[in-house]
Design a protein around this ligand. Structure first.
Ligand code: SAH
Length: 348
């Protein structure tokens, strides 16, 4: 059987060096061999761990944030949507945490956007009681009620392109083959349309047409239908967002993205400044980005942890809010219309 590496090499031999975007797209999403398609990458036995896998408090706080905005808006029917729900843990914690809020579950329909059959199976096992509808992408989400959309560590997995200014010439990073047939980075002329801002010589930026397309479509949906789009991920909210953040993680450690093809997660940092500008351009109100620590502490995560009186809960809490762990690297922003989520509105 072909390996993912042999598929990529054959593609390069036929079509020439590929952009980082094409490389990420094939490695993560190849319909048979893709990283996410073939496995559950989460947890101790996998490659990486996410906030909901660290602590139940995470999903509970997100539930609180959405339920609070829903109550203040008069409790309308709505669609609860998660993009890339992983094992379904965040959603299970959110739903357990909101079960006593009168009408919240009755007025809700659940939708999960997931490409991975392996992860869909896990989500099904955990969430079947809530009768979710699965979607392969956001295009089939319903149009008849407000959308409450959650994306935790979803945007970082959508492919990017890397553009650099070298010797006053705009170039794009590619993946090709060296004289021994091994994968190696290369450079090609960058399409001028990808230069989202003026670059100094030696500067490198990452742009993601795919992330931008998702943000545009869902921002338009939010202003038409009403709702909240809550995005949590690692990244920056700065007009100067830049640098090489393309990374591979295998068994909880960083590795070379050109090694362990299909057995390592490929991601990059999220440009919140860009996502926020798109949301505003489409008429959304925006909140944040703020640090994950500010967001969770604003919602009362410490009081909730104190109620539970459990050492494991306390250590999970620290990992979520500690600036040396996830507290500052991770940011939270919301795009909303007709609802006002409690995300502290000072920029991170
Ligand atoms: N949100 C989860 C999982 C994060 S991992 C958590 O916090 O634990 C990224 C998730 O996005 C996985 O569920 C993966 O299968 C999904 N995913 C990646 N690319 C996707 C795409 N293009 N469309 C839909 N889902 C995708």
């Amino acid at each position: 059987m072909d390996t993912l590496e042999s598929v990529i090499k054959a593609h390069i031999r036929t079509y020439g060096p590929m952009t980082i975007e094409t490389f990420m797209g094939i490695v993560l999403g190849h319909p048979k061999l893709g990283y996410y398609i073939t496995r559950d990458p989460l947890g101790v036995g996998g490659d990486f761990t996410t906030a909901p896998e660290i602590s139940q408090l995470f999903g509970e706080m997100i539930g609180l944030c959405l339920a609070d905005a829903w109550l203040r808006a008069g409790c309308p029917p709505f669609h609860l949507v998660e993009l890339g729900p992983g094992r379904g843990t965040l959603m299970a914690d959110l739903l357990r945490g909101t079960k006593n809020i009168a009408g919240f579950h009755e007025k809700m329909r659940l939708h999960l956007v997931e490409t991975s059959p392996a992860l869909r199976a896990k989500q099904e096992a955990l969430l079947e009681g809530y009768k979710p509808t699965w979607h392969s992408d956001d295009n089939t989400l319903p149009e008849d009620a407000p959308l409450f959309i959650i994306a935790n560590e979803f945007f970082d997995a959508l492919p990017i392109r890397q553009i650099a200014m070298l010797n006053h010439k705009a170039v794009e990073r590619t993946v090709g083959l060296d004289e021994n047939g091994a994968l190696t980075y290369g450079l090609t002329d960058a399409p001028p349309s990808l230069l989202s801002r003026r670059l100094d010589d030696g500067e490198i930026i990452e742009v993601s047409p795919l992330r931008e397309a998702v943000m545009e479509k869902l921002s338009r949906r939010i202003t038409t239908q009403g709702g909240i789009f809550l995005i949590i991920d690692y990244g920056e909210d700065s007009p100067k967002f830049g640098g090489d953040t393309f990374q591979a993680v295998h068994k909880h450690g960083y590795c070379n993205p050109l090694e362990h093809i299909g057995h390592a997660d490929l991601t990059s940092h999220v440009d919140f400044y860009r996502l926020r500008s798109i949301a505003r351009q489409y008429g959304c109100d925006t909140q944040g980005a703020v640090t994950q620590a500010a967001f969770l502490e604003g919602l009362g995560i410490r009081a909730r942890a104190a109620m539970l009186q459990d050492d494991q809960i306390d250590s999970g809490l620290e990992r979520l809010v500690d600036p040396r762990s996830m507290g500052v690297l991770f940011k939270v922003m919301a795009a909303s219309f007709g609802f006002s989520p409690a995300v502290p509105d000072n920029h991170a």
